[in-house]
Design a protein around this ligand. Sequence first.
Ligand SMILES: [Cu+2]
Length: 285
Amino acid sequence: MGLKLNRAFTGLTSLIAGAGLPALALAAQPEPWQLNMQPAVTPVAESMHSFHDLLLWIIITISVFVAGLLVYVMIKFRSGANPNPSKTAHNTLIEVLWTVAPIMILVVIAIPSFRLLYVSDKAVDAQMTVKVQGYQWYWAYSYPDEGDFVVESRIAARTEAEATDGKIRMLSTDNPLVVPVDTTIRVILTSDNVIHSWAVPAFGVQKYTTPGHVNETWFKAEQTGTFYGMCQQICGADHGFMPVEVKVVSKEEYAAYIAAQKAQAGLTPATTSVAEAVPAQATQN
Ligand SMILES: [Cu+2]
């Protein structure tokens, strides 16, 4: 209930005030009757929302201006009020204006657009790396800094009937990607078979995974929670059934998760309990 209200409130405020607001929601997924974008939880997604809002205002201004001009000429120069039409063919001032003004608008759009492209391209001073590999039709995540164990992530609920225990139909997975909060994470992406696309709207991340090629992107989630996305490249029969689920947890929980996964994969002796492993792991961050 509180969470739902929170989400509704975030949607409303970002609708009114535009993005750039710190998002309040603890999860990001499509909602029935949702307006606007999912709350931004990374600096890149926040910049994307601000850029979207800038474009929106430019589009509104142009539309209102052109519609106003049309209404003006339709009334002022209608045949009834203007029986002898003017034979004017050229006006240097107006021609310069309607060439220069759109160029200026395009420059205003291009500068933040290119800045955003470069910011989202590669991590600066990444604190850790996650590898994403696309398969037909699921994702596999591995942690090269942590012994490279692999977590396979498959859809958990294809139907409403299967969506029990808090699982969300078409979005939940059996094993989410688990990452720590407030950490600059480099994501390297590739594919085993065909081109997929790994996307998490709340992170402002969408990147192709291509066989035989490594792509790179990054994110720094500033809130804990569970964030959902989907494969965004038509990749075969089950393209619609390979959701992305990312769980952003505290650094302590992440250290415990890594310790447990390592123990399970036989990478570290399982003599220390997860609870004991936490402080030692946590100091590495
Ligand atoms: Cu796919």
